[in-house]
Ligand binder design. Structure first.
Ligand code: UD1
Length: 423
């Protein structure tokens, strides 16, 4: 199994390209199921999760070509409407085929995603919403069996919690439903706006994406499109934190500061200096010590849960203390014991972690159980004294395109190697 070795202590300086957003590309790929015409996406990051989604769509019968961050999908000959357990269990976002399949083919059989390292993560909002649109749904043998032989019918759906992928699933389903659908308490993430823009370019009629109330007028059919994925705001924030934690200065290009309003505000309060540029921004560590800042994760535009672990890594080196509260997922502090093994001083009280800054972190052999926790250990390793060894890096490959190359190009000492065989 591969691992990453980071020799800490290098200051990062230079320019770093931000890839297309994984969490925008995944729903956009499934939107291809809504049309029989060719569907082309550009700025698609090359990641394990994207390859898995392509595998899922291929087994449905899509014909797909993919190279150089471009993906073309022909879903004209799709016949298989089953998303099997073997793929869905590896990636929760597989649930995003449910809405498009039922909307275009009147049926779908999608495995329940099951448990996940960062909490129970149910799919009730997806299922109840589709029922509101007239689908008959039966849960049996670990599968969601959905059918709407006469098509879906628009409805008003008030979602009990803000869910990103449920909003995406229901928005896609509603594009081909008869009549008007109103999604109330919708997620407002930039990835929702991106999906709506792509669907509109296919002929969908959607208003209000980016607000908590989205209205969709169903149409009979959608056409093909050519669309470019928005920049990855989580990758953007991660590398912004890398600049600060190494006392460096990075110019992040092909991104947009407007995608991370709350995070950039929090980073400024740590003392960092952020300057917008024509196609991104420059971020420079402040001249004094890193200031402790309290953050609480919230749905967009609040502080993203996907940046909580990276922010915590930064706060371990602050001058003072920071309270980090997680409100989205119930078990998202798995990076805490690993950061503590590197010398961090963190105490968890329920959904809050009190991080008391320490003067330095020490390298250790660490591992993580999810994507963002893994990258928080990379950030800690960049700043730590000595060589940090990060195991289980397949999590990183799910969400960070060319991580070692990007970091090496700006001065990090980081390399991938094979772990020695276990005795
Ligand atoms: C998406 C992101 C993920 C991010 C998360 C929160 C993608 C592919 N993934 O995940 O990276 O961490 O948003 O910003 O975009 N919930 C229910 N019932 C449901 C659905 C969700 O109770 O049917 C709960 C979840 O358990 C969680 C909360 O709603 O507590 C938010 O989850 P949700 O927004 O659905 O996360 P995902 O869309 O899975």
């Amino acid at each position: 199994m591969d691992r990453i070795i980071i020799q800490g202590g290098s200051t990062l300086n230079g320019t770093l390209h931000i890839s297309g957003a994984k969490n925008a590309a995944l729903p956009l790929l499934t939107a291809a199921l809504l049309t029989e015409e060719p569907f082309h996406l550009s700025n698609v990051p090359e990641l394990a999760d994207i390859r898995l989604m392509i595998e899922l769509l291929s087994q449905h019968g899509c014909v797909i070509t993919s190279q150089n961050n471009e993906v073309t999908i022909d879903a004209s000959a799709v016949e298989n409407t089953t998303a099997p357990y073997d793929i869905v269990r590896k990636m929760r976002a597989s649930i995003l085929v449910l809405g498009p399949l039922v909307a275009r083919f009147g049926k779908a059989r999608v495995s329940l995603p099951g448990g996940c390292a960062i909490g129970t993560r149910p799919v009730d909002i997806h299922v109840n919403g589709l029922q509101k649109l007239g689908a008959q749904i039966e849960l049996s043998e670990g599968y969601i069996n959905a059918s709407a032989p006469d098509g879906l019918v628009g409805a008003t759906i008030s979602m009990p919690m803000i869910s990103v992928t449920a909003t995406e699933n229901l928005m896609m389903a509603a594009t081909l439903a008869k009549g008007e659908t109103v999604l109330i308490n919708a997620a407002r993430e930039p990835e929702i706006i991106d999906l709506a823009n792509c669907l509109k370019s296919m002929g969908a009629i959607i208003e209000g994406a980016g607000t908590d109330r989205i209205t969709i007028q169903g149409v009979d059919r959608l056409k093909g499109t050519s669309y470019s994925v928005i920049p990855d705001r989580i990758e953007t924030a991660t590398y912004a934190i890398a600049a600060i934690i190494t006392q460096g200065e990075l110019t992040l290009c092909d991104t947009d500061l407007a995608l991370i309003p709350t995070v950039s505000e929090a980073l400024t309060r740590t003392g960092a200096i952020i300057t917008p540029t024509a196609n991104g921004f420059t971020i420079k560590a402040g001249s004094g010590p890193i200031q402790g800042v309290d953050v609480m994760t919230e749905p967009y535009p609040g502080f993203a849960t996907d940046i909580q672990a990276q922010m915590m890594a930064l706060m371990t080196l602050s001058n003072g203390a920071s309270m980090i509260t997680e409100t989205i997922f119930e078990n998202r502090f798995m990076h805490v014991p690993e950061l503590c093994r590197m010398g961090a001083n963190i105490t968890v009280h329920g959904s809050s972690a009190l991080v008391r800054g320490v003067p330095y972190l020490s390298a250790a052999e660490v591992m993580a159980t999810d994507l963002r926790a893994s990258v928080s250990l990379v950030l800690a390793g960049l700043a730590a004294k000595g060589d940090t060894i990060l195991n289980r890096i397949y999590h990183l490959d799910r969400g960070y395109e060319k991580l070692e190359q990007k970091l090496t190009d700006v001065g990090a000492k980081i390399e991938r190697s094979k772990a020695p065989a276990e005795a």
